[in-house]
Design a binder for this molecule. Sequence first.
Ligand SMILES: Nc1nc2c(ncn2[C@@H]2O[C@H](COP(=O)(O)OP(=O)(O)O)[C@@H](O)[C@H]2O)c(=O)[nH]1
Ligand SMILES: [Mg+2]
Length: 305
Amino acid sequence: MPSLFERFKQGLERTKTSLLRGLQGLFGGAEAWNDETYAKLEASLIATDLGVGISQDIVKEIRNRYERGLIATEADIMAVGKEKILGILDAANVPPMNQATEGPTVIMMVGVNGSGKTTTTAKLAYYFKEQGKSVMLAAGDTFRAAGIEQLCIWGERLGVPVVAGKHGGDAAALAFDAVKSATQKNCDYLIIDTAGRQHTRKDLMEELSKVKRVIAKANPAAPHEIWLTVDASTGTNALIQAREFGKLFPITGLVLTKLDGTGRGGIAVAIKQELGHPVRFVGLGEQKEDLQPFDVTSYVDALFS
Ligand SMILES: Nc1nc2c(ncn2[C@@H]2O[C@H](COP(=O)(O)OP(=O)(O)O)[C@@H](O)[C@H]2O)c(=O)[nH]1
Ligand SMILES: [Mg+2]
């Protein structure tokens, strides 16, 4: 198995390529850097969706150091980016995930269609199972028959029980039953998949709130965590979803999916900077093992070293 850092490096390869584009030819000529040089640097940072403000901030610092003769190599530039981003992601101040003191820790997955909820639910089951924990899943996407089936297939493949109901059934009632069942069976984790919804649809958001309320009826401490899946390849759209979902729903963390296929991996920083939501996990592919706990150091090293 590749190391955690190797996995991040692979997952962020495209983002890094995008970043390095702005550094090409910077140290070749004898002439001093000009506005155009800085604009090019800024554009390459913005292209990774780090955010305009942060990108400008990094370039300002690079300019400051360059003018003082402190920038001589690409590594000096990377060091500035690394410093700034570490400051924002602030690993020391990420609250740990909320764990149940009694009964199962209940994690509710939310997000728009196609953002990776069901796949992430399955990958999380595998992740916790590998840690020796017992896991149960709930197929709460009762809107789509295929959504229920998709999770049941994963459950079979992983050897993890799935509480599933009928297509078109009541998602809140299903979640209630799942909490009861996971408690009865002494499971360590219950992960509840939900139907995808646009944050712009008030009625659907209200339905999601109902699922949450009914979960709390089965266990007042649950759900312990509510994670929003966002597709990293949608870049600033992911930021908008996080912003809008967060207004209507108390999300406690993000799972940044599809990091493997995009050059926009900087979005983790933009979201943290604006909304403060920590990224809990990142999706790096479609297989069960393609989910990694978000590690600030590996992330920053993969981007800037
Ligand atoms: N490459 C890649 N594909 C992913 C990742 N996460 C999910 N997918 C794919 O994205 C598609 C939608 O995922 P799904 O879990 O069904 O999304 P949902 O509608 O939110 O439940 C599926 O084809 C998944 O295999 C990821 O981290 N990397
Ligand atoms: Mg789904």
